[in-house]
Design a protein around this ligand. Sequence first.
Ligand SMILES: Cc1ncc(COP(=O)(O)O)c(C=O)c1O
Length: 450
Amino acid sequence: MAGSSALRAANDIQQPNDLDSWWLPFTANKSFKTNPRMVSRAKDMYYYTPEGKPVIDGTSGLWCCNAGHNRDEIVSAIQTQAQELDFAPGFQYGHPLAFTAASRIAQLAPADLDHVFFCNSGSEAADTALKIALAYWNVKGQGQKTRLIGRERGYHGVGFGGITVGGIVNNRKFFGSLLAGADHLPHTYNREHQAYSKGEPEWGAHLADDLERIVALHDASTIAAVIVEPMAGSTGALPPPKGYLKRLREICDKHDILLVFDEVITGFGRLGYAFAAERYGVVPDMITFAKAVNSGTVPMGGVICRKHIYDAFMSGPDNVVELFHGYTYSGHPLACAATIATLDIYQRENLFERTRAIEARWADAMMSLKGLPNVVDIRTLGLVGAVDLAPNEHGPGKRGYAAIEKGFHDYGLMLRTAMDTIAVAPPLIAEDKHIDEIIDKLGRLIRDVA
Ligand SMILES: Cc1ncc(COP(=O)(O)O)c(C=O)c1O
């Protein structure tokens, strides 16, 4: 039993032996390590520090834990699966749960978005979608269609494809020349025209027309795909202007360009629907997903493809690999088991419909922060809210960072920030009392960092 006691000992460790070895991702490591924001347990709407202090989860972890934390059914599905089938190769072999998980996801997607390619993260999902787009035109005999069009302020993860089409300067400028031939649509945020919008702003649909300019510059015969987040999440939650996504679809159709929705944040209920594609009545050619597919419990991502994409690859000889792409952990049994259990919870608890039902109350609660010191805009969409704060005298991002630190240590509140924008996106199980707690703490915090 030495093995199981060693396992127990590993799980029981509440304090790390040192803070040196782990180089934290997207984190100011030096600052973190002088005053760590550490969590060691979670249940439903709360994290708990190693000392046992509750921290309300204002961000669903990292836009992941839509069903709330450590839900019993998901935990037990993962445990059972670990005992039954720990790993199965996805190259040339299959296992039943991956097929079930894929069809459950496909059932949630609109129209003929019927085929699911699994990977392990949103970054891999974005790069997979871009590779499928390039290969699609290749197998269709139009291999000259290679340009990839993203958008300013877009985030598609950290792979080379994702940062190429992404539009966040710090994620790009350190990493060389990226992929050749990409271009970018303008972002859709304009404070003058959109400030304090609840939901989709009225102004901005015309920004989709910039795709016509890009087509005129490069010619559609060179463009493979356009990729956008329906709601740009990582640069501060920018809802799409009314009609914008439909317009993008029309222009892509007109010029025979694939349209990819990166739904890594918007998928699985964040905007009140399984996918934003459904909310907006727009059918993209591919949808990328990750995070909330299994409420963040086991790494999992993927790309949902329309029938015509999948079919284009299926015309060669029977025993030849159709797409030279995949990951060792594509369709990992634990991730699939967690996915099926999570989708069951979403369905049984009507969490997507519930999000639609509380969207207006959430928007009102967020807008109650208007008028607090340094608040210059507030946006809401689904169960997402963002507050833009004016930078303080120490420079851009400093006030936002102070909010993260104080939020955690002084108020027991977990937040996301993008520079001086605070983003909140609680688990979809949030009740009125949780929304009140988040808004109350956020309000006091905003006063504190004034
Ligand atoms: C829209 C979008 N795409 C891709 C990613 C990357 O996902 P991951 O961090 O799982 O690689 C994210 C992460 O936040 C995202 O918001």
